[in-house]
Design a binder for this molecule. Sequence first.
Ligand code: ZN
Length: 196
Amino acid sequence: MSNEPVSKIASQLSRLPGIGGKSAQRLAYHILNMPQEQARELATAIWDGRKNVRTCSICGDLTVSDPCPICSSPKRNARQICVVRDTRDVPALEQMRGAYSGLYHILHGTLSPMDGVGPNDIRVKELMERLVDVDEVILATNPDVEGEATASYLARLIKPLGVKVTRIAYGLPVGADLEYADGVTLQRAFEGRREV
Ligand code: ZN
């Protein structure tokens, strides 16, 4: 009976990715031991954030204002679109600090026939509709099986429109051992090779 608040919070937390039953319970106890004010701030931050955030109608990124700050910035090059799987990939690429000044397109997934995810389940149609006055589409999906399949599918679709399509090159991490690198990583490293 006295553990009901714990199990209630834990069952919510365990729905989050990467949080197992044990972690959820540990966090639930932690939250119930917090000062009330801190617990309220946590709950408010989650609710306010979720309530105020929507999906950018152009790129599909999470945003408070629609279009998002990147899509509406006059400083960005609207002739380049970088295609990624998740909204989480955008801050990762933005860390390149000015190395890329184009726009983004978030697919919200990758093709995965095994899981029943086809072109209509990710934002492919929305991408095709954006390809007016665009010079280059950069395919930056992950170098895994689904990411590669999605990139080749999009390349086949976009190239006939006369738009340049590029795929970012993935190299081996510094210190990596060729012997232990997987085939996809090696293939990408080879394809991305440059003259020395
Ligand atoms: Zn946007």
